[in-house]
Design a protein around this ligand. Structure first.
Ligand code: DGJ
Length: 768
């Protein structure tokens, strides 16, 4: 049956592709009719036959190509004669969609012995010879899987959003995989995931279960990946991929991207630059162990397989149960990394982060100024300092809880979320009121997934803690991780937040921290230990869903001992993330630069602290490239520093809308130059803010040439004024001059950055 239908579809396919073949068939039928000497009847029959072939072949062809298009790009899949779905194209879309079918024949790269190197979802154990996307053991112990096309549909979910689903089924075993491609048309974004289902007699085991399996074609592939550690987030490395498999992964459980985030880029043919070259940006939407395989195959194509890490994670799937993978998010541009990143930033603001099109609260945080050493009186003074700065909110950090095991350092108290009576005898409620009286909002830090062995929670619920029962505990920052696969733990974690909000309805902000990795992975709750890493993250998302269902609007910062958990799976529930505990502004220029390829400025919480040697203006200017906050001892600021900060908060309020919602252009890279320059342009191109910093302190370093601006309207006239000056200083730039957008984008403007003017912000405004 299988063979017959694929034979028929093959005939149609050839007839459709080659009209000359159609006329040849016609001729043969017609000749036959002549031979039979019944020309009119046979002529009519021949015409009817030919028309039906053309019609059917068009139909068959429509099924052959699955075209997933966005405004500029296309992912094209083809169902071949054996009903395998393969990816035949990814790149700029063609004006005639029928021409995609011609692509495979253009590549003469040698033999695909398996016939499925380009599989849209490569199964293990049958004809596959390379890294699989999925591997299973069936109920009867057999380990083979073969996935063939069954059907596909595309549904428009919103004017800009469509969902294509493709059903694949094993002809022998009752296993079905549905591939999903969700397109966000104008931003050229695709989210790709899948659902695995089975109807065998009993459970099957999933050994690998990728979200996406792409097949990319170029002459060479350049991977830009990131590594790091605490205070060293987002260090980039870019290199050409060689044949074989390069794996980006994490096995840390929580705080999963402490060493490596799930975001990366692949350039095609050569390493793309900001404004040139073909590049794909990818990121897995998952806050736990991930794995991204990049395999340059024997035919020199790139097989990209992204999903949850299958390390120690065999997943047992019951009959009729659905295993839904997280989405792999990607975009493509043939205009360089800058264009690709603007697509991703725009998508995130419009579709992913909470309140991405809204505004953010400026704040004063007390972590660096007090650490654990505070009491009610001190906090009341700090709240007044927040008012003095005129920021929107005071954020109380770690150290406010625990009584029997007070949280006076990081050795004790995590898990006991009651106000410490010694430090806060009048409770959080009193502080919220104090803040209200001073005209600022009040926010609070929590780390609800964690527990210190020195806590009541640990002693009353040892079974809630992830640890090997027969082995010594291995702590990270003196703490252990709670087992979020357990619904009771989920209730507890939700309860921490819910109680805070119930008792303090005016609580205006949450900083959600997560400081430990998972050692000694073992759950006292789960019957199958290999489910722990996955069910932990699912449990976390269940809690966050509940928090958001009840408190949809409250701003929340996603923090993980710095940027240990920055991904679009978690960011669905948060308004912003904490990029790094490293707030040295020089370091931050590099860290924020790299995050910005994937995340919009509105989501980047940047605080002015005492880290680094730069003056307060430099530190503040850097923090302004995102969501501005302070974490300094305001009372210790000199009078002019304080005056500067107050003015800076006021100035920030004037232009923050452009930083939060505008289009970002990375003008001068800190990696290769003495200065760095980053620009944000309002959608209507009437206003732009340009940040310029000295990043090299060698003799004479500075902006020796003009900085060429981008994203303006060439035909508009602009003034260029320096803003956010330190009190008592004057700009060296002539703010009265007018320039055309054309001039600013062709020649540029020199911000006059040097050792005396190490940080310069320019306001570029349309002159009407
Ligand atoms: C790690 C965070 O990154 C810091 O900002 C701070 O909140 C500490 N945790 C508190 O323990």
């Amino acid at each position: 049956m299988q063979k017959k239908s694929s034979l028929i579809s093959s005939v149609f396919h050839h007839l459709y592709l080659f009209p000359s073949k159609i006329s040849k068939v016609y001729k043969e039928v017609y000749l036959l009719s002549r031979l039979r000497n019944n020309s009119t009847r046979f002529h009519k029959a021949a015409v009817a036959f030919m028309l039906s072939i053309v019609f059917l072949s068009m139909n068959a062809q429509a099924q052959k190509l699955i075209n997933i298009e966005t405004a500029h790009n296309a992912v094209v899949l083809q169902v071949n004669d054996s009903n395998y779905v393969g990816m035949i194209y990814f790149g700029p879309k063609l004006s005639n969609a029928m021409e995609y079918a011609n692509i495979p024949a253009m590549y003469k790269r040698g033999d695909d012995y398996s016939g499925i190197l380009n599989s849209a979802y490569t199964p293990a154990g049958s004809s596959n010879l390379v890294e699989p996307a999925i591997a299973v053991t069936h109920a009867d112990g057999n380990t083979s899987l073969d996935l063939r096309y069954v059907s596909h549909t595309t549904k428009q979910q919103a004017p800009d959003i469509a969902l294509t689903s493709i059903v694949l089924r094993d002809p022998v075993y009752a296993v079905e995989v549905t591939l999903y491609y969700k397109t966000y048309f104008k931003d050229d974004i695709i989210e790709q995931w899948c659902m695995i289902k089975q109807k065998e007699k009993s459970n099957i085991i999933l050994h690998k279960f990728a979200s996406a399996n792409l097949y990319l074609t170029a002459n060479s592939y350049w991977l830009k990946q990131y590594h790091g550690d605490w205070a060293k987030e987002m260090r980039p490395e870019e290199a050409q991929l060689t044949h074989g498999i390069k794996v980006l992964d994490t096995k840390l459980g929580t705080r999963a991207d402490l060493y490596q985030p799930p975001s990366f880029m692949v350039s095609f043919d050569k390493a793309a630059t900001e404004d040139e070259g073909k590049v794909m940006l990818g990121s897995l939407e998952w806050s736990g162990n991930f794995r991204i395989d990049l395999e340059v195959d024997p035919l020199n194509n790139l097989r990209l397989i992204a999903g949850i890490n299958n390390f120690a994670s065999d997943y047992s799937l019951k009959p009729s149960e659905e295993f839904v993978t997280p989405a792999f998010l990607y975009t493509f541009s043939d205009k360089g990394k800058g264009d690709a990143s603007r697509k991703m930033q725009h998508w995130a603001r419009e579709n992913r982060i909470v309140n991405g099109t809204g505004s953010r609260l400026t704040l004063l945080n007390n972590w660096e100024s007090t650490f654990f050493d505070f009491d009610e009186t001190k906090l009341a003074t700090l709240i007044k300092d927040a008012k003095k700065l005129d920021v929107d909110l005071f954020l109380l950090d770690d150290g406010w809880f625990g009584n029997q095991y007070p949280r006076n350092n990081d050795h004790a108290g995590l898990g006991d979320w009651q106000e410490n009576r010694k430090k806060l005898p009048s409770g959080i409620g009193y502080l919220v009121k104090e803040a209200q009286q001073d005209g600022v909002k009040f926010g609070i830090w929590v780390e609800p997934e964690m527990v210190n062995p020195f806590s009541n929670l640990y002693h009353t619920h040892t079974d809630w803690v992830i640890k090997q029962p027969a082995r010594p505990e291995h702590l990270y920052r003196n703490q252990l991780v709670l087992d979020l696969s357990n619904p009771k733990v989920q209730d507890f974690v939700f309860g921490v937040l819910d109680t805070l909000f119930t008792k303090n309805p005016n609580l205006a902000y949450i900083k959600w921290d997560c400081n430990a990795v998972i050692y000694n992975a073992y759950s006292a709750y789960l019957p199958k230990q290999s489910h722990l890493y996955i069910d932990y993250v699912r449990g976390l998302y269940k809690v966050l869903e509940r928090v958001r269902a009840k408190y949809p609007k409250v701003p929340m910062m996603l923090c993980s001992g710095g940027g240990g958990r920055v991904d679009y799976g978690a960011l669905k529930y948060f308004t912003e993330f904490w990029p790094s505990d490293n707030t040295d502004p020089l370091e931050r220029i590099f860290i924020q630069w790299e995050y910005s390829y994937f995340y919009p400025a509105i989501a980047s919480a940047n605080h002015v602290t005492d880290w680094g040697k730069q003056p307060i203006k430099y530190r503040t200017d850097v923090a302004m490239m995102g969501k501005l906050g302070f974490d300094i001892v305001v009372s210790k600021l000199s009078e002019t520093d304080l005056q500067f900060c107050q003015q800076a908060v006021a100035t920030y309020k004037l232009f923050s809308d452009i930083v939060w919602h505008g289009n970002q252009y990375r003008l001068v890279s800190p990696w290769d130059n003495d200065i760095a320059a980053v620009m944000y342009v309002a959608d209507d191109k009437s206003d732009a803010i340009v940040f310029n910093y000295l990043v090299n302190n060698r003799y004479g370093a500075g902006s020796l040439s003009p900085v060429r601006l981008k994203g303006l309207d060439a035909s508009k006239k602009y003034s260029v004024k320096e803003i956010n000056l330190y009190p008592g200083t004057k700009s060296t730039l002539d703010g009265t001059k007018e320039y055309s957008g054309d001039y600013l984008m062709t020649i540029g403007v020199n911000p006059d950055v040097n050792a005396r003017r190490s940080s310069v912000i320019l306001d570029v405004k349309e002159v009407k």
